[in-house]
Design a protein around this ligand. Structure first.
Ligand code: 13P
Length: 249
């Protein structure tokens, strides 16, 4: 059985002070071994998060990284720099990175390979836009994104990875995909992985849903066969995150 993994993507929110306050609010409520819980604060709060979460089961993830080890890449952060801080996960190819910072399938693939080689657990994001959903081409869009992301990634590495399906039209809009819509695409993701690696590997990959996940819709989403977790934005910044992590109770 795949262990559920619920990650909070704080995006560009919380100073160090704010991060400390949020962690203090949530720490005891989300410290469980039934679900893998990951907090993904901004770069500046990563050290604080690692420090504040010591002695708990809660892990820390970054929201992005560069694929090179070091060099003339102003403003960028490498995998080793994250590992040095005690970071264990990294979100890659979030739709906001693709949309506002020109990330492409090719750069996401480079980052994905690097993260795996470095020993970080990647959370690779895919998902269609509203226009693509309206044109009913979401299957092709998401399938192509998965194939491109996993290009030249070996089965043993693929099995350790997490894919997050986040339909762009559901992010920050309060408009969640229905659990059937979310399950359908997550199933396509698994079928794509199945065609790339076979069933043994595809059954190990954890697939998250993301997009307006909240305390009221999490139970239904988590009840779906191919949904193994959630990537939570807005609701990860408040007490609701505790209800999300403790879904089903
Ligand atoms: P919201 O939960 O705010 O819709 O954000 C989803 C998301 O983008 C998580 O990465």
């Amino acid at each position: 059985m795949r262990k559920a993994v619920i990650a909070g993507n704080w995006k560009m929110n919380k100073t160090i002070k704010g991060a400390k306050e949020l962690i203090a609010l949530l720490k005891d409520k989300v410290n469980t071994d039934k679900v893998e819980v990951v907090f993904c604060p901004t770069y500046t709060a990563l050290s604080t998060a690692v420090e504040e979460l010591k002695g708990t089961n809660i892990k820390v993830g970054a929201q992005n990284m560069h694929w090179e080890d070091n060099g003339a890449f102003t403003g960028e952060i490498s995998a080793d720099m994250l590992l040095e801080l005690g970071v264990e996960y990294v979100i890659l190819g979030h739709s906001e990175r693709r949309q506002y910072f020109n990330e492409t399938d090719a750069t996401v693939n480079k980052k994905f390979k690097k993260a795996l080689k470095a020993g970080l657990i990647p959370i690779v994001c895919v998902g269609e836009s509203l226009g693509e959903r309206e044109a009913d081409i979401q299957k092709k869009i998401v399938t192509d994104q998965v194939i491109a992301a996993f290009n030249e990634i070996e089965a043993s590495d693929a099995a350790k990875s997490i894919v997050a399906y986040e339909p762009i039209w559901a992010i920050g809009t309060g408009k969640t995909a229905s659990s059937e819509q979310a399950e359908e695409v997550c199933r396509w993701v698994r079928e794509t992985l199945d065609s790339l690696y076979g069933t043994e590997t595809s059954q190990k990959v954890r697939i998250q849903y993301g997009g307006s996940v909240n305390a009221s819709n999490v139970d239904e989403l988590m009840g779906m066969e191919n949904i193994d977790g959630a990537l939570v934005g807005g609701a990860s910044l408040k007490e609701d995150f505790a209800s999300i992590v403790n879904f089903g109770k």
